[in-house]
Design a protein around this ligand. Structure first.
Ligand code: AMP
Length: 424
């Protein structure tokens, strides 16, 4: 075993990559706050049973599950939504609705690692609690789109509604776990097998679902109305779900986003009850989903709470960073302060403080010889070297060298930040 390697699927993030991660996290949080979402932090480890029931076949299979020292069965969270519902039920029920929450959190799934798929990855999530109507869905989705735009990721939506698939299987009395299995197959794009297995239980259900999977958005209303006698009590709810699906696509289009309907989109998570969507990057070569979301109304009842409306999404921040390609983070102006022997330490920090007040990031290099200091500063990639030598300092001055152009000038300390800022 090479002891320098992290476990498979796990990564060290450092250097420029780490700067990009920080920038993306910062932007996500900034936009979430601008849109009225409040931050939450939930534990990385949760009880296994929190996820066991409603996370879906695929995620269940890939969870890191273990016993803690007291024998409790716990898991590294594979996603955060279940924790959000737990948190809501435990502590936020008294908050005025809608409750809008955001998080940036590490998640863990024991999947086969590949480009854009890791065993530890970061999700940025937005959740809206207590809104029955479409506005809740759009508020979360729009904030996510604004975030993606702010970092330059051109994206589109793929939209579906799993309420139809579920209702068709409910009509024929198929049990929940079997429904999950069929949805899982459709999610894997193995439609033939899904319909075949469904047919083994109910040929009518298989025919009806097969037909539904083949029609476009404009045909759904007619499809539903023609199946009035079969759908019975489900019809009204499905017409409402159709309106939500169409409304979601319409409003996104009106706001200038590409959004297309896909009847095969069901998503891997078993808790979705209605509208679902995924984000795809349009630039770059990353064709996998960079995020997804939807309605999970009533998930609160699974944990013994009252029925509540939930909608939200999670963006895969690692994949979004891949979609950014070779983007360079617009860095701060950086300076190395080369402090030569004889300069009092507090004076070095006074210069640092002065720069800090103007947003210039600086680092101190304490050396005996200027040449050595300049060599370190340029190898570390600083834009400026500020040389503090005894003679100039006694006159209230320092030397500033632009490490990119090589130009060096003597500057009065009082004017140092302005000198640097005006030159950029
Ligand atoms: P999900 O919780 O499955 O809906 O996933 C939401 C988003 O998280 C996906 O669209 C991906 O962008 C991202 N994601 C899921 N699994 C992984 C993974 N193993 N590695 C990196 N990103 C992931």
């Amino acid at each position: 075993m090479n002891t320098y390697l992290p476990p498979r699927g796990m990564r060290d993030i450092f250097g420029e990559d780490a700067e990009i991660y920080e920038y993306v996290f910062y932007e996500f949080k900034r936009i979430a706050k601008l849109h009225g979402f409040k931050p939450v932090y939930t534990p990385t480890i949760e009880f296994f049973k929190l996820f066991a029931e409603k996370s879906g076949e695929e995620i269940r299979e890939t969870m890191y599950v273990f016993k803690d020292k007291a024998g409790r069965v716990v898991t590294l969270r594979p996603e955060v939504t279940a924790s959000i519902v737990r948190l809501y039920l435990r502590s936020l029920r008294g908050w005025v609705k809608p409750v809008k929450l955001y998080y940036v959190a590490q998640c863990f799934r024991y999947e086969e690692p590949q480009r854009g798929r890791y065993r530890e990855f970061w999700q940025g999530g937005l959740e809206v609690i207590g809104v029955e109507g479409l506005m809740g869905d759009v508020e979360a989705a729009y904030a996510a789109s604004r975030f993606l735009e702010s970092i330059g990721v051109i994206h589109k939506y793929v939209v579906g509604n799993v309420a139809f698939h579920r209702a068709i299987m409910n009509v024929y009395g198929l049990p929940d776990d079997f429904q999950e299995h069929i949805l899982h197959l459709i999610d894997k794009r193995d439609v033939d097998r899904a319909l075949r297995e469904l047919s083994g239980r109910s040929r009518d259900a298989s025919n009806l679902l097969g037909e539904f999977l083949g029609i476009g958005l404009e045909e759904i209303e007619e499809f539903l109305n023609h199946r009035r006698s079969i759908l019975g009590d489900h019809l009204d709810k499905l017409l409402f779900e159709y309106e939500r699906l169409r409304g979601f696509i319409d409003i996104l289009n009106k706001m200038g986003y590409e959004a297309e309907y896909d009847p095969l989109l069901v998503r891997g998570l078993a808790y979705y009850t209605g509208l679902i969507y995924e984000y795809k990057a349009k630039s770059g070569d990353l064709r996998i989903s960079i995020g997804g979301g939807g309605r999970y109304d009533g998930l609160s009842t699974v944990y013994g709470g009252p029925y509540e409306y939930f909608t939200g999404l999670a963006l895969g921040l690692d994949r979004i960073i891949l979609a950014l390609g070779n983007a360079k983070v617009a860095g701060r102006v950086t300076a190395a302060i080369i402090a030569l022997p004889g300069i009092p330490m507090e004076e070095v920090f006074n210069v640092k403080k002065l720069l800090e007040e103007y947003g210039v990031s600086s680092s101190i290099i304490h050396v005996k010889k200027i040449r050595k200091g300049l060599s370190i500063a340029s190898r570390k990639g600083y834009k400026y070297a500020i040389i503090m030598g005894v003679r100039e300092f006694s006159e209230g001055k320092v030397s500033v060298k632009d490490l990119e152009t090589g130009v060096q000038e003597t500057v009065n300390i009082k004017f140092l930040p302005l000198y640097i800022i005006l030159r950029v």
